[in-house]
Design a protein around this ligand. Sequence first.
Ligand code: BG6
Length: 358
Amino acid sequence: MELAAIEKGGYEHFMLKEIFEQPSTIHDCLRGRLDAVSGTITMAGVENNIEQLINANRIMIVACGTSWHAGLVAEYVIEELCRIPVEVEYASEFRYRNPIVNKGDVIIAISQSGETADTLVALERAKEQGAFIFGVVNAVGSSIARLSHAGAYTHSGPEIGVASTKAFTGQLAVLNMMALKIAKAKGTITNEYYLQLLQELQDVPEKVEAILKNADELKTIAAKYKDAHDFLFLGRGYNFPIALEGALKLKEISYIHAEGYPAAEMKHGPIALVDENLPVVFIATKDSYHEKIVSNMQEIKARKGQVISIITDGDEVSPTLSNDTFSIPTADEIIAPMLSVVPLQLFILCWHFKRCRC
Ligand code: BG6
């Protein structure tokens, strides 16, 4: 480990440093694995166990906190690309209940530290019951890495900030590559779409860099809402877990109430909370759910809620329904969460700084 990796390097906080490190940490994660030109993904842990993975009856993803949110994104991606049923479990629930685990089951364990007690014990129990454990871990040589039958490191470098940021985008990078590799081997993805997604993954570091260059816009937006007492984060599809992640980050960093919800579910209760004092953050990038999420924005506007939306460059509809918008580069909906989470991480930190310093 280099000394610079565990110093703040001129940033005021580790979390800020780690958010800004993401172009290079994602690049490090992809480096030596993904080659969009030749159309290859090299991951020994997947290659050596490909039969086990493509023939899995189901995949169970076990994790906590932010890592659990990465698991939720992976559920959508793996089911879409690989057509294997996926269940996502909180490790703290899995370990105390009596889950059914069968021999053909694959467990993907996701953990930044590789030491989270609930995840570790859940895996020990699943291993005893004959499951194959694949670890997606950041900390090299950690307990979860050692307990796994196979795995892939995220190579995000030491994450000192308690609230996970760069480890999350690293987890998504690994899980996306894994899903693509399984889908290719299983024949559940067209070659054209496979090559497109490889190229899009390769482009992520550059796009994250472009988002970070506009950090000042997020500072300005955060200042406008510094007196809020609650926030609601809404997303659909691949961005639903990103809404959960936004709310978790805000709670963890700023000690105020925030709730993440699937945008369409809001009408079954939480919409009652919406009034002119409630900022509602929409993760509304251009994807197959976009029209639907626009109608959810209309519902919030009808109740005078304050809409802040994370949108795709060139979207002309969402700004007409939003008080504030932040644009991110275009990406396929499978890749988009790796981008849409970045402005949320920054917005939350900016909001915290504004609140504390005014
Ligand atoms: C929490 C951290 O305590 O642990 C979260 O605050 C993290 O940021 C969670 O996501 C799970 O940790 P890990 O190391 O298993 O990914």
